[in-house]
Design a protein around this ligand. Structure first.
Ligand code: MIC
Ligand code: SF4
Length: 642
């Protein structure tokens, strides 16, 4: 039987397990990346492992999420990460060098290699045929130390692309179309391979937009073949030697095949508050727009920015609209400046922001109250923009510019002749903002610089064989990690201070949660389906752990979050019968006994002491996961082992 692209890379990197769908496998990891909002915690965890030098082929620490430095906290964290990187063999991408996924694609990613990153959009690397996964910081720390990365062997889906995008229809619209078809849960447990003859009509930045947003499908990752277009991109980046061809076998078998004819697509838009809430742009024609933001790891490549500049050239944005443009990297920004396109953007009245995540993670540029914001980003979860009642829509750069110029949602196909941009013969290569690690013999004398913002990691809480506690919180379907542990300018500086962060846990759903959880001592949480979708932030597990949450019951979980819960020593279990969700109410007193034998059987009975009813719970932990839970989390488990 032939193999898919992902199966080929998995086979080459398999450390344990067999490649049967649904079973646990572990992989050798060639590269890692971290960003600052998850990185501080990841490096604190790495330090506790006592390993001198990273064992990967390349590890890079990016500073891109929190670049405001509105107090010492951030600056301390940046300095800490820089000093850890220098000492332990990690490349350090300075603030201003760009968004981790954009820079990694340009400068470091390689087809056929494996990458894990402490950021859920790490699958962007699939745009050049790299098998890339988003993971919790602790999993990244383990991989830096040479440990394997454990996942459940995914199913294989294929999207068969035919045709060619029409003018003003873009790769972003392809991403929105697949979200329309599959929904935010449709990719769970699967790797999505993009193939078919249409692939040759997509450049690397377009492919990367698509693999980036595969995260919103809940997919394990997404990947494109590595072909002549990939070679051309790497050559322009001065690293043709990193190219290898990669394609699936003719007789590869897929669990699902989805056909998309790109010639039939039209501009699409994701409405508040979910990336799969898709309609056509033309159906919202005339909706007044207050703000437009262009950038993020989804749409900040030179290709995107040149199109934006061409559409803005010689025009002025509507006075009622505020427009921000954040180029994805220093390379993109410099090239825009050199060719004059940056002047066209500035002249239109746009505000050019730093090469960073910026408004995407609520770091400034929040919309006005109840404001309508059109963004070229990948997430529009409630409150994420920093304005609780802001209405965020996700669109392509072309649709974004059309709105900035007209002041209302406008089908970009009405904006006149097709925009044609010419990509340069080569990219400008200047890695001056990447700091190399110290040579091994000098590294041992280097000091790690820590500031007072860095607080101790919370103590592990081993799972006991029984638990009686209150159901402190009941929430609905599709709870995101932005609900569990919000980000944004006010909170992000405290990512290395779990006690402080805990005051904001579940703030979007219920501001009284932290106080109630602390009072309860130990507790249960109940969620609906796809609990924990979105970001890879392990803080969405570490903070509830700190607040005493011992068990999360849900109809189903998102992949990275379930791994983070186990790593934090919180037991994730599902309702055997989803209808039993109705039998459990916030405030009920619940108990579980014989937890350890239940873990072995894959089934436990939950007693609701308030109503007297019983509810069956399911779990399927591997031996390793059971040991991690019993130890009180991965760090405690690793310490016990060594
Ligand atoms: C996001 O897009 O939600 C983030 C911020 O990049 C997160 C990481 C984080 O919370 O630090 C992600 O996607 O993993
Ligand atoms: Fe940054 Fe937004 Fe991309 Fe997350 S989704 S890495 S916050 S740009």
């Amino acid at each position: 039987m032939g193999l898919t692209i992902a199966q080929k890379i998995i086979k080459e990197h398999l450390r344990s397990g067999d490649m049967t769908v649904g079973s646990e496998i572990s992989l050798k990891i060639d590269q890692t990346l971290t960003q600052d909002a998850t990185g501080t915690m990841a490096y604190l965890e790495f330090e506790t492992m006592g390993i001198d030098r990273v064992k990967t082929e390349k590890s890079v620490a990016y500073i891109d999420h929190n670049t405001l430095q509105s107090g010492f906290e951030n600056a301390d964290d940046h300095r800490y990460i820089q000093s850890v990187a220098k000492k332990h063999g990690i490349y350090f991408s300075r603030p201003g060098n760009g968004i981790c996924h954009q820079v990694h694609l340009e400068r470091f990613g390689k087809p056929g290699k494996t990458l894990i990153g402490s950021d859920s959009h790490t699958p962007t690397g699939g745009g050049i045929g790299m098998l890339s996964f988003g993971a919790g910081g602790l999993d990244v720390a383990v991989a830096m130390g040479g440990g394997a990365y454990f996942i459940t062997m995914p199913k294989m889906y294929k999207v068969n692309l035919t045709g060619k995008l029409n003018p003003y229809v873009t790769a972003k619209d392809v991403s929105l179309e697949i979200l329309r078809i599959l929904s935010v849960k449709g990719g769970v447990g699967a790797i999505i391979e993009w193939g078919g003859e249409g692939v040759k009509n997509l450049s690397v930045p377009e492919r990367a937009t698509i693999t980036n947003m595969g995260t919103e499908l809940g997919a394990t990752t997404s990947i494109f073949p590595s072909d002549e277009i990939t070679r051309e991109f790497l050559k322009k980046q001065g690293r043709e030697e990193d190219y290898i061809p990669l394609s699936s076998d003719e007789d590869a078998v897929y669990d699902k095949i989805i056909d998309i004819n790109m010639s039939e697509l039209e501009p699409l838009i994701a409405c508040p508050h979910s990336p799969d809430n898709i309609v056509t742009v033309s159906s919202l024609k005339g909706t007044k727009v207050d703000q437009v933001c262009i950038g993020s790891c989804t749409n900040s490549s030179l290709f995107d920015m040149l199109k934006v500049a061409a559409m803005l050239k010689g025009k002025t944005i509507k006075e009622s609209v505020s427009l921000s443009v954040s180029p994805g990297s220093k390379q993109v920004l410099t090239m825009l400046a050199d060719c004059g396109a940056l002047s066209d953007i500035i002249a239109s009245g746009a505000r050019v922001l730093e090469c960073a995540c910026g408004p995407c993670i609520g770091m400034g540029f929040s919309p006005n109250s109840a404001g309508v914001s059109l963004r070229t980003f990948n997430r529009n979860f409630e409150g994420r923009s920093g304005t609780a009642d802001g209405k965020v829509y996700l669109v392509s750069p072309e649709t974004a510019v059309a709105a900035a110029l007209t002041g209302e949602i406008t089908d970009p196909r009405l904006m006149g002749e097709e925009i044609k941009v010419t990509m340069p013969e080569s990219f400008l290569i200047n890695d001056s903002a990447v700091v190399e690690p110290a040579p091994e013999n000098e590294a041992k004398d280097l000091e790690i610089l820590r500031g007072p913002n860095i607080k101790k990691f919370p103590d592990a809480r081993p799972q006991n064989d029984s638990l009686s506690a209150e159901l402190v919180l009941k929430v609905g379907d599709n709870i995101t990690t932005d609900h569990i542990m919000p980000a944004g300018a006010k909170i992000l500086p405290y990512r290395s201070n779990i006690p402080y962060l805990s005051q904001f846990c579940f703030g979007v759903c219920d501001k009284t949660f932290p106080e109630r959880a602390l009072k309860a001592g130990e507790s249960f949480i109940l969620g609906g389906s796809n609990y924990g979708q979105g970001s890879s932030r392990e803080h969405a597990a570490l903070v509830p752990m700190y607040l005493g949450v011992r068990v999360v019951i849900a109809k189903s979980f998102a992949r990275i979050h379930i791994a983070n819960l186990i790593n934090a020593g919180i037991m994730p279990v599902t309702l055997s019968n989803p209808d039993d969700y109705e039998k459990l109410n916030q405030g009920d007193s619940l108990s579980l006994s014989d937890i350890f034998s239940g873990m072995d059987k894959g089934e436990m009975t939950l007693k609701n002491n308030t109503t007297g009813e019983e509810v069956l719970l399911s779990c399927s932990f591997t031996e390793r996961q059971k040991a991690i839970l019993k130890a009180g989390g991965l760090l405690a488990f690793v310490a016990k082992e060594s």
